[in-house]
Design a protein around this ligand. Structure first.
Ligand code: MG
Length: 350
């Protein structure tokens, strides 16, 4: 039987990894000389010091507690440009609309995109609109791409890193971690996925849990101005579990997380307990995980806590050559392995 693409292959975990590596990358290899190439599989590429990223969004429902597909699309791309060390400059917006889609809803979403772009100070400057026949897709999808220039604070940040250890990269790549580096998470995990799932299925948690959608460009420039950051990644699809495994794989470094310190809101934990979902595997849309030199960890944590999006920031673990892969030191004193999620515990949330 001919092989077909499954939903799980788009879920941001191990299976999507395979699809990208085996069915996409090999046809796009060795094209040009990007400083951060496609094969790095990082949040964004870098070509001629221009940071470049793209993301397509397919969410059900389109409007949910804490946001909508429009604000999500704007923030997702701003964040991917920001976490490699770019200052986002401009976005594109590509709409694919199913025939019969409500004009009122369409306008509400586009208005929300405009509002979020203005708030983040990153204009939408080009775009494309396509309408497809009924049944060709479920309502509506958005693709956003973004470009950014090298953050003015990045040189100072790297200088600060080099005061404490050797550092060769010019960007904040997943592959930059070394043993001893500390991991800081900017705030609560699990809110986006649980808000969406709960609203969609009517579980009731959505009254206390809203999506965390937020643009991280402001927070990232504050953090870089303090200095000492070696890696950064937004824990979107696949959640924190996927993000730390990406760090671990690409840096060839073990990561030990401390369960006690990972900020998980009560409502998220209750929902996860009820549904049998691991909060570490749930997608977030306004959080960043930073790898930092240990000498700067406390200062950087203090800087994060001053920012409205970093109030619940916490040191959650460290990179170590004493283990391989990712392990979680549990609250009761044991250790468990944290694997890359195979598929997505909550589909269609980003
Ligand atoms: Mg990302």
């Amino acid at each position: 039987m001919a092989k077909k693409i499954t939903l799980a292959q788009g879920a941001g975990g191990e299976l999507m990894d395979q699809l990208i590596k085996e069915n996409i990358l090999r046809f796009f290899k060795n094209q040009g000389t990007a400083e951060v190439p496609l094969t790095a599989l990082d949040d964004a590429a870098v070509v001629d010091d221009i940071v470049f990223s793209t993301d397509s969004h397919t969410v059900q429902p389109l409007i949910f507690p804490g946001g909508d597909i429009g604000s999500l699309a704007v923030c997702g791309t701003i964040n991917d440009v920001s976490v490699v060390g770019g200052t986002p400059l401009a976005l594109s917006a590509g709409f694919i609309i199913e025939e019969g889609f409500s004009l009122e809803t369409f306008e509400a979403i586009v208005r929300s995109m405009g509002r979020m772009a203005k708030k983040a100070n990153v204009p939408i400057v080009t775009g494309d609109t396509k309408v497809v026949e009924k049944g060709a897709l479920q309502q509506f999808m958005i693709n956003t791409s973004g470009i950014g220039r090298r953050s003015p604070a990045l040189e100072k940040n790297i200088k600060e890193v080099k005061r404490h250890r050797k550092f060769r990269s010019r960007w904040l790549l997943d592959s930059n971690l070394e043993s001893g580096d500390v991991l800081i998470l900017s705030g609560n995990i699990g809110e986006h996925g649980i808000a969406l799932l709960s609203f969609r299925e009517g579980y009731g948690f959505e009254t206390m849990i809203h999506s965390d959608i937020a643009p991280l460009n402001g927070l990232m420039s504050m953090v870089l101005a303090e200095g000492g950051v070696v890696s950064a990644k937004d824990p979107t699809r696949g959640g924190l579990a996927n993000t730390v495994n990406e760090f671990s794989e690409k840096s060839q470094m073990g990561i030990l997380l401390n369960e006690d310190t990972i900020p998980i809101p009560k409502g998220v934990q209750s929902a996860c307990d009820m549904l049998g979902i691991d909060p570490l595997e749930i997608g977030n849309e306004g959080k960043v995980v930073l790898g930092v030199v240990k000498e700067k960890a406390d200062e950087l944590l203090a800087v994060l806590k001053k920012h409205p999006l970093g109030k619940r920031a916490a040191i959650i673990g460290e990179a170590t050559d004493k283990i391989s892969g990712v392990a979680l030191q549990t609250a009761v004193g044991g250790k468990r392995i944290v694997r890359k999620p195979l598929g997505d515990p909550i589909p269609r949330i980003c």
